[in-house]
Design a protein around this ligand. Structure first.
Ligand code: PEP
Ligand code: MG
Length: 856
């Protein structure tokens, strides 16, 4: 029964209900005071109740006095009659339709009432407006709790955090789902890694977590805390590259596969001798040899008699168990935590309903298990490839890899490519490199590995870094067209494949190889020595670190101090900001690790690509141009005070300097200088003898570079943050693969800014460091040194090679190189010039070029 202030509205709802429920569910309207006047009347309600006849009556009302009139109408009824009337608090239109649908389908009154009350849920879900912390009821009657939580991870909900959610969820007796508020109609079970990853949740997306069951609430608390803490992830993964955007078609592994990924629309022509293919360098080194192509066949024909579905399913279950054991062995034998985590995440696919359920349906419909399983994997891999997030797109390879492992078991093949042994000197060419391939390749005498697809962020690329041979990915489909046995050369330093290179090219590559090997050797032997140019000028080579462990590693690798201590790393993944004493202890550990060298401690640099949930700025349309770095800490001076006080206490016994991130105006610097001086005086008064501490600024905003000469009198040193300086100068987001080709710190515009900062610093005798990625780029080092930079600070692993390279440089030659670079128009031109310069160094070095073996 429909009660509304409007006669026409009540009639309209009745019409809708009849549409849904047909004539079987009696429905009557009590709208308006009469056909024209707005209002509700108990008499009309009583009349409508009588119209619908015997049995239970559900009364749905619109607003305000409709409830009062309905209640009054009930007063006029005899008690036994009143009992069959239920006033239902439900949205009028949605509730009426939902209740009628239940009754028409033969449901009982209780079910109809429940559905009516829940009738707003689909709309709320669709629009992503379901209230946080709300409790609702599932169609089956179970209570559902929900929370909303913002995803802070720069790389989004990629495989590793998704895996953590699945593992954490499994600890609770609850059914749990997640939705991405951007597309709330899609619901992912927390039992399925794939479903979760396919939510395509990106940084700052809101996840809606829902749970039912005895431990639903507890589960949501734990899961929400995990998300808020960013899953303990610290650094965003390296920027992806465009090479990963292509579709998979072929692949390594040598097994015949039912339905590999879609092949490229048109096969490109085989590249001609002399062609140079450009890809993404994963593992350095130079090698030559002959190509061996590995590709998957496009079809698989089941062998042997048909088996009943139960038998096929049992075979699939057995294969899944065997592969779980294989992956557990790979995980246990992994040489790094990162590698172990990759196989651990892969193992989750084996229990994933998103793969198992479609496979089960297909088996029940009579498909062989091998085909059913592979189809399910293929569909999921295809879904990954559709995603916008390049990091998640790379997960397609993981699904296919696991799919292939299980498939090999089901089709009676060995776990790894059939005990095959590659010939020494083989350049293995694959469509896409998979984690299992890397495990297999470890014992193969290959000279190099080249993949048509892939990216530096793929799991296989991460694992491949531990291979001793050059690996290049993302070379493009053309490499797959090379006839077997084509002679080729691989330059894993620059990411290049040379098709049938001529003698001159081989000679040059041989020189490069010899030079690189010599450099490596020398670098390792001399890592502990300082680095100076041939003319004697010293260049300090320091480390960028985020933790005491990294600082210890840096000291082992020859770091002359910490040039950039990213303190935000210590703040990530903690429920609360660490207090001053805890910070002091951590800062002291870093200082002790590199003593007697200095530590440059950067105050908290959060916001932009490094959000910290405990200290989040308001939602911003452009976080990179918003309240980040120093801007954020100046808005939370207690955080700055805690950090600076902790640092000053350490400065009492260790050489420590303070560095401010994202300075864009002089006022910011002056404000902090006053604050720091005040805190130092307070500490002195408390009896802590703190010497004056150098206060420097990051130059990573073009405005700071452009007014460097006005900042220099007030800053004790400059540190060029070329990652941000490049993104702001070229208006190219440092994390966006779509503009990666623009965000090159060797662009002359960035170099000019660096040159200007060095000039300004020289006038005021201020030292200048570079602490962005550019500082460890071999093509950039001679130019930066030529521009007059005093210090390079970089990832610890790059230190030995950078020092070795610096030792080969001549002062005058690097100055000329820098001058020439400044006059160029593009980053590509600068890189070409830098390569020429490095080749010249290699030739001069005379590390015996030698004729490479294996070339024609
Ligand atoms: C930079 O921007 O170059 C820099 C070193 O700072 P971060 O990468 O931490 O933003
Ligand atoms: Mg920066």
């Amino acid at each position: 029964m429909i009660v509304s202030h409007s006669h026409r509205l009540a009639e309209g709802v009745v019409e809708l209900v009849r549409q849904v429920a047909g004539p079987t569910v009696p429905v009557a309207a009590a709208g308006g005071l009469d056909a024209e006047q707005i209002g509700t009347s108990p008499e009309r309600i009583l009349e409508a109740i009588r119209q619908v006849g015997e049995g239970d009556v559900l009364v749905l009302m619109d607003l305000g006095s409709a409830l009062l009139s309905a209640e009054m109408a009930l007063e006029f009824l005899a008690p036994e009659e009143r009992q069959r009337i239920r006033l239902v608090a439900a949205p009028l239109v949605e509730g009426a339709v939902a209740a009628a649908a239940v009754l028409a389908a033969g449901g009982d009154v209780e079910g109809a009432v429940r559905e009516a009350r829940e009738a707003l849920r689909p709309k709320l879900d669709h629009l992503g407006e379901a209230p946080a912390g709300a409790t609702t009821v599932e169609p089956g009657g179970a209570e559902v709790v929900r929370v909303e939580v913002v995803l802070p991870n720069p790389a989004g909900l990629h495989a590793r955090p998704a895996g953590q959610l699945v593992r954490e969820a499994a600890r609770f007796d609850a059914r749990i789902w997640a939705r991405n508020k951007r597309q709330p109609q899609r619901r992912a079970s927390l039992a399925s890694l794939n479903e979760l990853a396919l939510l395509d949740a990106r940084q700052h997306d809101t996840l809606i977590l829902e749970a039912s069951g005895p431990q639903g609430r507890e589960a949501l608390e734990a899961l929400a805390a995990l998300v808020r803490a960013g899953f303990g992830e610290i650094d965003p993964p390296a920027s992806p590259t465009p090479g990963g955007d292509q579709e998979a078609g072929l692949g390594p592994g040598g097994a015949a596969v039912a339905g590999a990924g879609p092949a490229p629309a048109e096969a490109p022509a085989p590249p001609a001798p002399g062609t140079v293919l450009e890809g993404v360098a994963v593992t350095p080194g130079v090698a030559w040899g002959r190509t061996v192509q590995r590709r998957r066949a496009q079809a698989w024909t089941p062998q042997g008699p048909d088996r009943p579905p139960e038998e096929e399913w049992a075979r699939l279950e057995a294969a899944l168990h065997q592969v779980a054991a294989e992956l557990a062995a790979l995980q246990a034998g992994a040489d790094a935590a990162e590698a172990a985590a990759i196989f651990e995440a892969q193992a989750l696919f084996l229990q994933d309903p998103m793969l198992l359920e479609p496979a089960r349906r297909a088996v029940e419909a009579g498909q062989p298990a091998a085909v059913a399983w592979l189809e399910a994997c293929r569909a999921t891999a295809a879904a990954y490839r559709e995603l916008a997030n390049p990091l998640l797109r790379q997960r397609a390879a993981d699904v296919e890899d696991v799919g292939q492992r299980v498939f090999r078991r089901l089709t009676g093949q060995a776990a790894d490519p059939a005990g095959e042994r590659l010939e020494p000197g083989t350049i293995l060419v694959v469509d896409e490199l998979w984690p299992s391939d890397v495990a297999w390749l470890r014992d193969q005498p290959v000279a190099a590995v080249c993949a048509a697809q892939g990216d530096r962020t793929s799991h296989a690329a991460i694992l491949a870094r531990s291979l001793a041979v050059p690996v290049i990915v993302g070379l493009g489909a053309a490499i797959l067209q090379l006839p077997e046995g084509t002679p080729g050369a691989v330059d894993g330093l620059r990411g290049r494949f040379y098709v049938a290179p001529d003698d001159g090219t081989l000679q040059a590559l041989a020189q490069r190889a010899a030079h690189w090997q010599a450099l490596e050797r020398r670098a390792r032997n001399e890592a502990g020595q300082p680095a100076a140019l041939r003319g004697g000028r010293r260049v300090v080579v320091a480390a960028n670190v985020g933790t005491p462990e990294e600082a210890r590693e840096a000291a082992r690798l020859g770091a002359e101090g910490v040039g950039l201590f990213r303190t935000e790393v210590l703040f990530v993944g903690r429920p609360q900001l660490p207090d001053t004493a805890a910070q002091e202890a951590l800062y002291r550990q870093v200082a002790q690790a590199v003593a007697p060298h200095p530590v440059v401690l950067r105050t908290l640099d959060v916001g932009g690509d490094k959000p910290l949930p405990q200290l989040a700025p308001a939602q911003e349309a452009n976080p990179f141009l918003g309240v980040r770095g120093l801007r954020l800490t100046l808005q939370a001076p207690h955080v700055l005070e805690g950090q600076v006080r902790a640092a000053l206490r350490v400065a009492a016994d260790h050489p420590l300097r303070l560095l401010l991130p994202m300075v864009s105006t002089l006022d910011e610097l002056l404000t902090v200088r006053r604050l720091v001086e005040g805190w130092r005086e307070e500490l002195q008064a408390e009896g802590v003898a703190v010497p004056p501490v150098a206060l420097g600024i990051m130059v990573e905003v073009p405005s700071a570079a452009l007014v460097a000469e006005r900042l220099a009198p007030h800053a004790d040193f400059f540190s060029l943050g070329t990652n941000d300086l490049t993104q702001y100068t070229l208006a190219a987001d440092r994390g966006n693969p779509g503009v990666r080709h623009l965000a090159d710190g060797l662009h002359p515009a960035v170099l000019r800014l660096i040159g200007q900062v060095v000039e300004a610093a020289r006038v005021h005798r201020r030292p200048v460091a570079v602490c962005g990625e550019l500082a460890s780029d071999p093509e950039a080092i001679p130019i930066l040194v030529g521009l007059g930079v005093d210090e390079l600070s970089m990832v610890p692993q790059a230190i030995p090679t950078a020092k070795a390279l610096i030792r080969q440089l001549e002062e005058a030659a690097t100055r000329d190189l820098a001058r020439e670079a400044l006059a160029l128009a593009t980053a590509a031109e600068v890189r070409a010039l830098a390569r020429q310069f490095l080749d010249g160094l290699a030739t001069k070095d005379g590390e015996g070029p030698g004729r490479p073996p294996g070339g024609d």
